[in-house]
Ligand binder design. Structure first.
Ligand SMILES: [Zn+2]
Length: 108
């Protein structure tokens, strides 16, 4: 992917960095795992890849991003073996705004 410094994302990062669209909270079932977040991870905006100008799937794609997700953690602390716990990412959605960046992806 090419890097572009004038994306909507950069503008939002600069002007709305204290008002993220989402806040992610990561917890791991392994209590010794350092993947668990103490404070939330601010997500300034949601990025959705679109293949054409059809936005029928937009709501689904945003819901997929917002829904809780539990996966094998696999976090590696220092030189120890990967964490065998399950991590869950819970997402709080801003009540003020939801910024969605649409990236047109032409498959190249
Ligand atoms: Zn873990």
């Amino acid at each position: 992917m090419e890097k572009c410094d004038t994306t909507m994302g950069n503008v939002i990062n600069i002007f709305l960095k204290d008002l993220p669209t989402l806040k992610d909270f990561v917890t791991c079932t392994n209590h010794k795992c350092k993947k668990t977040t103490v404070t939330s991870i601010p997500i300034p905006y949601i990025t959705v890849n679109v293949k054409n100008d059809n936005l029928d799937e937009l709501e689904n794609m945003v819901n997929l991003r917002i829904n809780n997700e539990t996966t094998l953690c696999g976090h590696v602390d220092d030189l120890k073996s990967p964490c065998a716990g399950y991590k869950t990412i819970r997402t709080d959605v801003s009540k003020l705004h939801i910024f969605i960046e649409l990236l047109y992806w032409n498959g190249k």
